[in-house]
Design a protein around this ligand. Structure first.
Ligand SMILES: Cc1ncc(COP(=O)(O)O)c(C=O)c1O
Length: 404
């Protein structure tokens, strides 16, 4: 006779059985390497130059606006697709910075960060069999975004050192199944800022193949060396085939607030709003109120932001070069991609693990930005959105590293 205890599956067996029950979609991608590196950084008390979040304060007036909104009991659900003052502020800013006029009632969806705006947009437009063109190296979310929305990714390589793409390769990636191209400019992880000529070339392919451009523009204000940001939606012929993704995280140093948005023509917006409603209902109401104020900050705020990051970029380039890295100088965003060949490690994962455990600095292995891990095996990425004290600590630790 078996006792009831014996009949019960062991915890281990149960864990195995439930592991077998997960979806094939979820099985197809791994945990975010960036967040894993952040955890390792905590475990080893390393300086975290992996995940792109600032360790300095957000603007005082923006924080005060959030406090005031909570005190005024702006604490219930906002309108699903975004509080009106924030949508109005997005319209005003898009017009002011890019000259594009959009309708706050029919063309904007405020989401829980640009991460959700991207996912909701993909889920709103993708059908089985649709293809999405993705430049690689790419921000690692785009892989799972494609899998979860059911899109088949077509990767097109950005080539170091200037991260240019081969126009013929891009042409070949487009075809009758292409539903969209994802353009991230300024770019994570490379720091590339797409030029007008490049955007025009992409635009022409979108028009030829009747495809959307989904443009991730969250680093729009973090630009160096006189570079200018051009929104795809501002280009002739693209107003009604662009889905512009943006958010507060990077521009206002509030990555934990989770406020972002998608700007799209009325048809896609209707679909994006439906997906967004059932995914998250809405972004935090008091933080949307603060967003309405943030987006009206004067031009000097953005100039100072870019200049502060320029100083940090130059400081970090010096630190990395001194330590023996080959650096690809970014024109925008707040990351530096490096080549680690000189250090003689078998691959990027081995190097990044050594760096976090033995040297005490967390980075992101290059393979997490490529479809085929081997393509990133000689690269790692560092962020520099950190205080001078953090960068100085990193400099001291990295000085112990020696090229082999
Ligand atoms: C290119 C890019 N898009 C989106 C995000 C995430 O933005 P959000 O905080 O608005 O979800 C990041 C964060 O690092 C990023 O680098």
């Amino acid at each position: 006779m078996t006792s009831s205890a014996e009949a019960r599956p062991t915890a281990e067996k149960l864990a195995q059985a439930t592991r077998n029950m997960i979806s094939t979609k979820a099985e197809k991608f791994t945990e975010s390497v960036i967040r894993e590196m952040t955890r390792l950084a905590l475990e080893h008390k390393a300086v975290n130059l992996a995940q792109g979040f600032p360790d300095f304060p957000a603007p005082a007036e923006v924080k005060e606006a959030a406090r005031a909104a909570i005190a005024a009991d702006d604490n219930q659900y906002a309108i699903t697709w975004g509080a009106k003052p924030l949508r109005d502020a997005i319209v005003e800013k898009f017009k002011r910075t890019q000259g594009v006029t959009v309708d706050p009632e029919r063309e904007i969806t405020v989401c829980c960060g640009s991460t959700e705006a991207m996912m909701s947009s993909m889920m709103a437009i993708i059908n089985p069999g649709d293809e999405v063109v993705i430049f690689e190296p790419f921000y690692e979310n785009y892989g799972p975004d494609a899998i979860l929305s059911g899109a088949t990714p077509r990767f097109v390589r950005l080539h170091a050192p200037d991260w240019s793409f081969d126009r013929d390769e891009l042409k070949r990636a487009f075809g009758p199944r292409t539903k969209a191209v994802i353009v991230n400019t300024p770019n994570n992880p490379t720091g590339k800022v797409f030029s007008r000529g490049e955007l025009e070339f992409i635009r022409d392919l979108c028009v030829q193949w009747n495809a959307f451009a989904i443009t991730d523009e969250i680093y729009e204000h973090i630009l160096y060396d006189g570079k200018r940001h051009i929104s795809m939606a501002s280009m002739e012929g693209m107003r009604d085939r662009s889905i512009t993704i943006n958010g507060m995280s990077k521009t206002y140093s509030v990555t934990g607030w989770r406020v972002g948005w998608a700007i799209a023509p009325p048809g896609p917006t209707e679909a994006i709003r439906k997906v967004h409603d059932f995914l998250t209902v809405g972004a935090a109401a008091p933080l949307q109120a603060a967003g309405a104020l943030a987006l009206k900050l004067p031009e000097t705020y953005y100039e100072k932001l870019a200049e502060n990051y320029r100083v940090k970029r130059d400081r970090m380039l010096g630190i990395l070069q001194q330590a023996g890295f080959e650096c690809f100088k970014p024109s925008g965003a707040y990351y530096i991609m490096t080549d680690i060949s000189r250090f003689g490690f078998s691959d990027d994962m081995a190097f990044a693990r050594y760096l976090v455990k033995e040297i005490g600095v967390a980075s992101v292995p290059g393979s997490s930005f490529y479809n085929d891990e081997a393509d990133g095996a000689r690269q790692v990425r560092f962020t520099f959105c950190k205080t001078e004290a953090t960068l100085a600590a990193a400099a001291e630790r990295l000085s112990k590293l020696s090229p082999r």
